[in-house]
Structure formats: structure tokens, C-alpha cells
Ligand binder design. Structure first.
Ligand code: IPD
Ligand code: CA
Ligand code: CA
Ligand code: CA
Length: 264
């Protein structure tokens, strides 16, 4: 039997500790390397923070499994048991260039079902979290359910990259008409931040062509707890261990974007 209160308590404690380590790293020289391409950055701090979580989780909850972006977790073959999906720094480019606009993201699954979600804004020391079925919070403040908004009043998060022709979208069916119809677009460079912004109503929707499980696991649990809808760009459910396109939006708006802008 999993004691979820204990898991939650430890997750919050470790997030705060990890945040302090990241803030302390601002005083040190970063080691910056690249991964898939020259713009795909990783630093020694991304790696150290993931190692910190994996060490603590393994000591305290040895039966739990871990999926982390930087590869210090486990090779998962199924979703059995408790799985921590961790992005130690979401928005590494912002971390390197701006020392802000990056988050730590954690989603904890119980046999494949989202149970606990955490998005931690390290620089502002603000934690967004939810336990499925028990409400979502921004620090002590319980967040209200998300309400419908018409497309013309919506502010949506979307990288400019996805407006230009890109390999993930049919060039005859781009996001340009959506960008023209909504009230405004924003591009923040951290999926976790954008999920937190949808959860708090600072954004009405967020779109990405390609996210990994660690980018969306924590945010999905929080937004869904608030009645928001999270699918891929075809309106299909996400497979929690696979990369996917993402449409996260308030109820109603999600269906409108899907029907009027994404389906051909
Ligand atoms: C990235 C950020 C970014 C998104 C990328 C992600 P990372 O995560 O969330 O906003 O557009 O797809 O890879 O690499 O900074 O953890
Ligand atoms: Ca990365
Ligand atoms: Ca990420
Ligand atoms: Ca990352």
C-alpha cells in the first residue's frame, strides 16, 4: 500500500531542496553541453538535480520507478507500480540565458494513472501541485476550476517555431489562422511554465508539436484536476511514456481549437 501523504511530503521537501541547489548554482560557472543539436542544451545542474531526486527516491521509496530526462532513472518497460516522471529543469535554455522562466516538473503515476503533479517555479519559490481528485493548488491557494472562454478572447502559448512551416505539421494546415483569431499568443520556452499558466488562467491554451513525458506528466495531472483537457493535436489521449504533440486548453476552447483549426 502506498502512503500518498508521505510521497507528497517528500516530493515537496525535495523540490524545495532542489530549488535551493539551483539558486546556489547561479554563483557558479555552468558547464553547458549540447544533446540532439546545437540548440538542445544541457548543463551540469540539470544532471545534478536529476541525480539528487533519483538518490532520494531510491533511498526512501526503493520500490518506486523513475523516468528522468537526463537518463539517471530506470529503463521503463511498462507503467506498473509507482513511477516518478522528472524533468529536473524544464526550460534549460531559459535557465542558461535568463536565470528565470524555468521550472522543475514532476508527475507521479500509480499504475499508469496520474496521481500527484508538481510544477515548481524555482526563482519565484512558487509551487503548483495537485493530487488527482483532491484539488489543485498554487502554494496554499486552492485553484478554481477552469471556465470556458471564446477563441477570440483566448491567450494561447505556442512557440513561434510552430507557426513557420515545420516537419510536424501539414504545411496547408498551419496554426496561423488560430494565431490570427485569438486575442494573443505568448511563447515562454518552458512547457511546465505554460501548463502552470493554463492551470492559473494566465493562458487559456498551450500547443506544442513535440513534448516528452517529463515535459507534460506533472502539468497534465494539475490541469486535468482543474477540468482542463490535455490531448495530442488529433484529440487523442496521451500515452504517458511516449513523446507526443500537445493541446492543453480550457474545456470548450479545446474542442473549438480541435474542430476549427486542427482537423482538416
Ligand atoms: C523544453 C521546454 C520547451 C519545449 C521543448 C522542451 P527542456 O524542455 O519545455 O518549452 O518547447 O520541447 O524540450 O529541454 O528545457 O527540459
Ligand atoms: Ca532538455
Ligand atoms: Ca522539458
Ligand atoms: Ca529538462
Amino acid at each position: 500500500m502506498t502512503c500518498w501523504a508521505s510521497v507528497d511530503e517528500h516530493a515537496k521537501l525535495w523540490l524545495k531542496e532542489a530549488g535551493k541547489k539551483i539558486i546556489a548554482s547561479f554563483q557558479t560557472a555552468l558547464e553547458i553541453n549540447t544533446k540532439a543539436d546545437a540548440n538542445d542544451l544541457v548543463t551540469n545542474i540539470d544532471q545534478q538535480i536529476e541525480q539528487y531526486f533519483t538518490k532520494e527516491i531510491r533511498l526512501t521509496f526503493p520500490s518506486h520507478k523513475i523516468l528522468g530526462e537526463e537518463g539517471f532513472g530506470d529503463e521503463l518497460v511498462n507503467t506498473d507500480g509507482v513511477i516518478w516522471i522528472i524533468d529536473p529543469i524544464d526550460g534549460t535554455m531559459n535557465f542558461v540565458h535568463q536565470q528565470r522562466n524555468f521550472f522543475i516538473s514532476i508527475g507521479i503515476l500509480d499504475n499508469g494513472i496520474g496521481k500527484l503533479g508538481y510544477l515548481y517555479d524555482v526563482v519565484h519559490d512558487e509551487l503548483y501541485y495537485a493530487e488527482a481528485g483532491k484539488g489543485a493548488y498554487w502554494d496554499e491557494l486552492k485553484l478554481p476550476k477552469l471556465e470556458e472562454v471564446p477563441v477570440e478572447n483566448a491567450l494561447i502559448g505556442c512557440s513561434a517555431t510552430w507557426m513557420a512551416p515545420n516537419r510536424y505539421m501539414d504545411p496547408t494546415n498551419t496554426l496561423i489562422p488560430l494565431a490570427q483569431d485569438v486575442r494573443g499568443t505568448r511563447s515562454y520556452g518552458s512547457a511546465a511554465l505554460e501548463f502552470a499558466y493554463v492551470a492559473t488562467g494566465r493562458l487559456d491554451a498551450y500547443i506544442s508539436m513535440r513534448l516528452s513525458p517529463w515535459d507534460f506528466a506533472g502539468g497534465k495531472i494539475i490541469v486535468e484536476e482543474l477540468g482542463g483537457i490535455v490531448t495530442d493535436l488529433n484529440g487523442e489521449k496521451l500515452s504517458i511514456l511516449q513523446k507526443s504533440s500537445i493541446l492543453v486548453a480550457k474545456p470548450g476552447l479545446h474542442a473549438k481549437i480541435l474542430e476549427n483549426y486542427l482537423k482538416k
